[in-house]
Design a protein around this ligand. Structure first.
Ligand SMILES: [Fe+2]
Ligand SMILES: [Fe+2]
Length: 319
């Protein structure tokens, strides 16, 4: 019941009551735009994230590893499609979303611009990158926009499997030969800091944080989520028997959390702004795959057209 409330007031009433906003509900234009940016950035990250791991499918060390990695990468493709559909409910087309990715006006998680150099990197990505994604996504299960929240619930189930398979790769390597142990350590050293940066800039410097919190698009701040990840990862590194890459990490009894070292934000912005190792390569690969897939989209369209004509003819005959 709106009870004579203005659309704006009714919108805020729903947000405050913890009700979901659905596609056909009235919403402020800035809320819609903010969501389009956030959900599409998330979708792009899922799809671009297939590349560094896809790179290892042909070189996975056993049939079992290959089968697991193959389905993990397929899951990520599925997450992307699911999230593109959620974005489309906000009144933007798939074509617009894809071209924003390809022309660089839309961003994706900058961690996927780092190369996957060794098999241990595949383990580190599953463990740390999917692990960081889960911390963020678990909190987004309570986001205010219905289609996004529901997508997160489903996606989180698969992400926790991704994280475990990555951790298991790391565990086997860390307990293996000295060379394998060193490879695991090296992957941890390279992926640890970029995964902390996945939570975004400090709250004070985050351009979108305050209003996203007010609208319950975001449910926890970047720094709080980062702290959760630092805490859970510290114990996991111990179990692996690897050295922690952060020499300033200390348990803080009073806070009940780990204190940790400073992040290199210059590197973060440098990679986000297109100067990472693989930025150009990732987009070029996406453009190429998209062009090669044009015939599939054309075939689907032709099939849909044919179905429509058939349906119209049946309806006319029935009438
Ligand atoms: Fe995913
Ligand atoms: Fe994943």
């Amino acid at each position: 019941m709106t009870d004579g409330l203005s659309p704006e007031d009714n919108f805020m009433r729903k947000i405050e009551a913890g009700e979901k906003i659905e596609p056909k509900d009235w919403m402020p234009e800035a809320y819609r735009k903010n969501l389009i940016r956030q959900i599409s950035q998330h979708a792009h990250s899922e799809v671009i994230g297939m590349q560094p791991e896809g790179n290892w499918i042909t070189r996975a060390p056993s049939l079992r590893r290959k089968a697991v990695l193959l389905s993990k990468v397929q899951d990520e493709g599925g997450h992307g499609l699911y999230l593109y559909s959620a974005t489309e409910t906000l009144g933007i087309s798939r074509e617009e979303l894809i071209s924003a990715l390809q022309d660089g006006s839309a961003k994706y998680a900058s961690i996927f611009n780092y190369p996957s150099q060794t098999w241990a990197d595949v383990g580190a990505i599953g463990w740390l990158v999917d692990g960081a994604a889960i911390v963020n996504q678990v909190s987004l299960q309570r986001t205010s926009y219905g289609p996004y929240a529901r997508a997160m619930i489903r996606i989180c189930k698969e992400e926790s499997f991704h994280q475990r398979q990555g951790y298991e790769i790391m565990l086997v390597l860390a307990q293996g030969s000295p060379e394998q142990h060193a490879m695991a350590q090296d992957a941890l050293n390279r992926f640890y800091w970029p995964s902390l940066m996945m939570f975004g800039p400090h709250d004070a410097e985050s351009a979108h944080s305050a209003r996203s919190m007010q609208w319950k698009i975001k449910r926890e701040t970047n720094d709080d989520l980062r702290q959760k990840f630092v805490d859970q990862t510290a114990q996991q590194i111990e179990v692996l028997g690897l050295e922690h890459p952060d020499k300033d990490l200390r348990w803080n009894e009073a806070r009940g959390h780990y204190d940790f070292g400073a992040l290199d934000w210059d590197e973060f912005y440098n990679v986000i702004n297109g100067n990472g190792y693989a930025n150009r390569q990732r987009i070029e690969h996406h453009v190429q795959a998209h062009e090669e897939g044009a015939w599939v989209r054309a075939a689907m369209q032709a099939y849909r057209d044919k179905q429509r004509v058939r349906q119209q003819t049946t309806t006319q005959v029935a009438a």
